[in-house]
Design a protein around this ligand. Sequence first.
Ligand code: COI
Length: 353
Amino acid sequence: MIQVKRTEHPKAKPDFARLGFGKYFTDHMFVMRCQDGKSWQDPEVVPEGPLSLDPATMVFHYAQCIFEGLKAYKDEKGQISLFRPRDNFARLNRSCERMCIPKFDEELAMEGLMTLLKTDADWIPTAPGTALYIRPTVIATDPFLGVKASRSYLFYIILSPVGAYYEHGLEPVKIYVEDTYVRAAVGGTGDIKCGANYAVSLKAGEIAKEQGFDQVLWLDAKTRKNVEEVGSMNIFFVFGDEVVTPNLTGSILPGITRDSVIKLCREEGRKVSERPVSVDELTAAAEEGRLTECFGSGTAAVISPVGGLHYAGRDFVIGGGRMGPVTQHLYDRLTGIQTRRLPDPLGWVTEVR
Ligand code: COI
């Protein structure tokens, strides 16, 4: 049984018709602490608010910080549900392992999340395209400047009612294929979810933005030839009737939405492949009209159409710059399952009880 300390100062709710992404936070958060480098103690739900940390706290210096992103939905009867939450906690534990953070009990985290969701249930938006975004996070909290793994950690889960991740909603985004900077190399941390992966992506993102692009498509660090992922989502290409995504090389995030798209395509009898995709193959296919669609997948991004790529000074338009039928279908099917408007044949939805 997780203890709940209710806030005495409930916040004013934002306008649920204008949420944007990641700007508002609910009244409560789930926390637990590790003090000995081994075990997690004192799980509880407390008021959401600022943390008080010494400036020497290790996370500020050496980036021992990992996180997850998942979503909760509420149907018209008020039933709250989660999409594949145990996969997120399993991945968070893989991130713990890689970043020398003690692993946690995934069922305890699930119980903490469910308690938190029931406490803040009236923050879950229900309009199409909205959800409650859930951000489990773990940070190193020792105040110490030597380089080593911290002994103490804070695990917290915060909640944010959200709309679309991209400002223009489901408008296709334009993507800059980055061939100077790299996001991750095999043997690094590209296949886990740590804050540092996002920090190193910012420079290329800023340059791309200055040139009018929404996001960066990363190439592999070794050859700068094979496409890997977009910083906030995995990437899929549609070549006629074949749906293709880069295979997990060790430097790509194994996205849960990515996995869901692959499994949905298989279940529908579509041809779907995980294989290396070179930027040369992509640009040739785009020029010849064989690259019919491109979309990104992620918890925040859901399924986001990509209407154009820019590589080596040239622009390549995909699908006339519009959202194609395969992308639209996968968006409808996935969000239909997530919000329980459609059946859940693969057993992905967990009800909050
Ligand atoms: C998510 O999709 O949940 C992510 O963590 C991506 C983040 C950059 C918003």
